[in-house]
Each structure stands twice: as C-alpha cells, then as structure tokens.
Design a binder for this molecule. Sequence first.
Ligand code: NAI
Length: 329
Amino acid sequence: STTPVKVAVTGAAGQIGYSLLFRIASGSLFGPDTPVELRLLEITPALKALEGVVMELDDCAFPTLAKVEIGDDAEKVFDGVNHALLVGARPRGPGMERGDLLEANGGIFAPQGKALNKVAADDIRVTVTGNPANTNALIAMSNAPDIPQERFSALTRLDHNRAISQLAAKTGAAVTEITHMTIWGNHSATQYPDLFHAEVGGRNAAELVNDEAWLADTYIPTVAKRGAAIIDARGASSAASAASATVDHARDWALGTPDGDWVSMSVRSDGSYGVPEGLISSFPVTTSGGDWQIVQGLEINDFSRARIDASVKELEEEREAVRGLGLLG
Ligand code: NAI
C-alpha cells in the first residue's frame, strides 16, 4: 500500500521517543513497503527539543518516512491517526503519593482519550506505554465512548520480553526457542510472569526448570524489578528496550501473532480468568487482522492464582481511585 499509515506518538521528545521514532520511521513497525506519517505530540516547552529530533529524522532520509508533523494540540496532532502510541506521562515526583500520580496522569489521558474520540481515524488502535500504563489506558478508553473498547491496550510487552530473556539465560536456550510466555495483571511490581504455560524448545518451562523456590524468589522478582535495576545501573529508566517493546506490541497487533504462539498484551477484560470485566489487565493474547483474542482454557494452578489475584486487586484499587477522582468519563 502506498497510503502512509498515520502514527501518533506522545511524549515524542522524551527518552523513549528518542528510540521509538527512529524505529517506526525506519520501517520496523509496518515493514519496508509501508510508508508512515509521524504525528508527534509534546507539551509546549518541549517543542523546541522535538524540532531537533525532527531534524535528525530528516537527516536519516528514511525511505519509509513520508511526513512528520509536530504540535502541542492533541486534536490537531491526532487528526486522522490510525495508531496512537501514548508514551508521554507524568513521572512520580518527590513526595508524590499514588493518588497524586493517578490524578496528574488523568489530567493527560482523559483529554487525550477525548481528542482521539473526536478526530482519530475509524480504525484507530491505541497503545499506552506511559505509566501507570494500565490505568492510563482505562482512563483514555473511558473518555472515548465512540471508539470500540477493544481498540485500547497497555504495554506489558517489555515485561514479556524480559521474562523471555531471563528464562533463556536460566535454561541456556535461545530466545527464539521460548514460546507461550505470559505476563498477567498490572505493569507494576505485582505483575506475574507465568512459566507454567511457557515452553522452552517445546518443553514445559516450569517442569524443565523444576525449581519453585527459584521461580518464586529469583525469577519473578527479577522480571518484576528489572526496571528498578536498570535505573540503578544506568541512572535513567529503560528507554530503548521500552521503545522496542512498544514496536513489538503495535506490530504484532497490526500484523498478527505467529501461528501456534501468543504474546502478552494488557487489554480490556471480558471476565476471562476471573479478572473483573472492564479492567485493562495483561493476558495471553493472539492477534489477527488487527483484532486480539484472549487465549482461553489455560489451567491456572494455586501458585499462579494467588499472584494473578494480587495484581488484579491492585488494578481494581487503581480503578476505584481514578473513579473517585471523576476520571472515568
Ligand atoms: P521522559 O520523561 O523522558 O519523556 C516523557 C515525555 O512526555 C517528556 O518529553 C514530556 O514533555 C512529555 N509529556 C508530558 N506530558 C505530556 C502531554 N500531556 N502530552 C504530550 N507529551 C507529554 O520519559 P520516558 O523515559 O520517555 O518514559 C515515558 C513514560 O513511559 C513514563 O511514564 C515511563 O514510566 C513509561 N515507561 C513505561 C514502560 C512500560 O513497559 N509500560 C517502560 C518504560 C517506561
């Protein structure tokens, strides 16, 4: 197709934006034959820095980059977009309580949801990377009543990729041999990477590892706290890996998951696996033709049940908090 796909990125002058834009522009998202038009949203004080990033995009002379537009008005930037990658968010500042964080982000994601509702293309698909990603996605979805709710998602693909990488390191397998990985719940420290359905070269990962203490005390915390470990080492939060995961997520959603495997995406629960309907929670999903489906029929043992329930409880508390703040449209 020669019609460019219009991709909006918010927080485009930020750390993740600096990796993400170049991946999208170079064709990593939709392949070498699909031109893309970038629509970049920032807050007014960051527009000058964003102009510098656009100069660099120009200087790459990417064959797949058809056009770049920037601005600080969501209704202009989101006009006619097919994909919206909502990366820009308010980080937790010193002394900020969780309620303050949810409120500050509600002030970003409620208006962005309304703007998408008003001006985005009919086939819009929304991915929220900015934290708290699941609840920010819930806020955007709730403020966009005319967009089908299944078009909203939040990023747990970085957690999924980390879970694959850590399992590969433990077993000596290549990452390509690891399939059927699942992150359940919230993109937070309560997330649950599930090895009871994951496979290594076709063998059940939990059986292969056969070490529940390692699973509980090493594997799960290492995956869940990887973000903090990166901040500790790098002095800045994960950015290139978050950008890469955002590309993986949006690409698989648009182009489909591989036959016989699934990915982790945070999507609106239909009540599957006891996750209350309407929460944006991470599930094993397959995608095809731009639509996702939650993988059904997986057996959940007691070990998994307790951890999924704990993460989902946190999502419910976040939902109650933002509902109390009047942010759910
Ligand atoms: P950053 O602080 O470098 O960049 C954020 C950018 O968003 C800034 O340029 C800021 O001006 C912009 N921004 C703020 N409010 C905005 C608004 N209303 N509209 C448009 N732009 C706005 O942060 P970084 O490192 O790029 O991370 C972005 C977000 O992604 C953070 O919330 C971070 O916690 C989250 N994150 C999520 C991950 C995930 O796996 N879901 C992984 C890593 C980061």
